[in-house]
Write a protein that binds this ligand. Structure first.
Ligand code: ATP
Ligand code: MG
Length: 139
């Protein structure tokens, strides 16, 4: 399986707080190429499907409500070692633990409103990218 792609979302909090531009600038300056991108709103059903791996977790309901609360930017990114490098760029899930200069350190306020999503494996990057994009929407 290829290991040069990851999938990201700029979450509703970061969109609402005016951080789309700042986050995209960080992504591009860090050497990621944008393969696909769209600005959309997830229904609760779609958000629930996307995060279904977390179905049994106590925060699942809040996570689904939050992810369907406003528009998001979804994108496929390309770079060597994409998964690991992007997780490094976004920082820890809890922004108070994210390294200085990371996207969550700069743009996120709390563990539930944490600005961005990043895939955790090559397998999930493919599943998540395919969830949002057809072959005609990739460049
Ligand atoms: P993401 O998948 O969004 O990139 P992550 O991989 O860093 O984040 P996961 O463990 O996959 O973290 O959790 C998915 C999302 O669920 C987190 O981004 C966060 O918004 C939310 N979440 C995770 N843990 C908690 C928690 N303990 N309390 C509230 N929300 C949480
Ligand atoms: Mg995750």
């Amino acid at each position: 399986m290829e290991n040069n792609k990851t999938f990201t979302m700029i979450k509703p909090d970061a969109v609402a707080n005016g951080h789309i531009g700042g986050i995209l600038e960080k992504i591009i300056k860090s050497g990621f190429k944008i393969v696909a991108m769209k600005y959309i709103s997830l229904s609760a059903e779609k958000a629930g499907e996307f995060y279904s791996v977390h179905k049994e977790r106590p925060f699942y309901k809040d996570l689904v409500a939050f992810m369907s609360s406003g528009p998001i930017v979804a994108a496929i990114l390309e770079k060597d070692n994409a998964i690991e490098d992007y997780r490094k760029l976004i920082g820890a899930t809890d922004p108070s633990k994210a390294e200085p200069g990371t996207i969550r350190n700069l743009f996120a306020k709390s563990i539930d409103a944490n600005a961005v999503h990043g895939s955790d494996s090559d397998e999930n990057a493919k599943i998540e990218g395919d969830f949002f994009f057809s072959a005609f929407e990739r460049f």
